[in-house]
Write a protein of this length. Structure first.
Length: 136
């Protein structure tokens, strides 16, 4: 969870300090939820390659919109967990005390790693989805 905590902190810090946005913490929690959702979908697609039951679940939901699928329930549960975690347990102020005095070179390097992680995660999820749809 430390990776997601750091991503939350950096996104919340970026929006709070750059745009003076009061919803920076919510945007950080939303991005973490999106990344976790990509992980869940990627894992389910990989499992679908080897399991007919999971593949049947995907096929049963094809053509439906997001709100009529099981994914919406799972997304709401993960979002609720993240909002509880980042507003009650490890809020922005607690994480800022932990990472506020990072060296700028390390902060820049970690920022590039976070961007690479987000892009890589997105490419893998989309790539697996396309592969499953057309070649499986």
């Amino acid at each position: 969870m430390m990776l997601f905590d750091y991503i939350f902190y950096r996104v919340a810090d970026f929006y709070t300090n750059t745009f003076r946005a009061k919803n920076g913490e919510a945007l950080g929690a939303l991005l973490v939820t999106l990344m976790q959702g990509f992980h869940i979908v990627s894992i389910l697609i990989i499992v679908a390659f080897f399991s007919n039951e999971v593949n049947a679940m995907f096929e049963a939901n094809e053509g439906k919109n997001f709100m009529h699928s099981y994914a919406s329930v799972l997304a709401i549960i993960v979002l609720a967990f993240n909002f509880y975690r980042y507003f009650q347990i490890k809020n922005y102020d607690v994480l800022r005390k932990k990472w506020a005095f990072e060296d700028n070179a390390i902060k820049t390097r970690k920022g590039f790693l976070i961007m690479g992680y987000i892009i890589f995660n997105l490419i893998i999820t989309i790539g697996l989805s396309i592969y499953r749809k057309y070649y499986f």
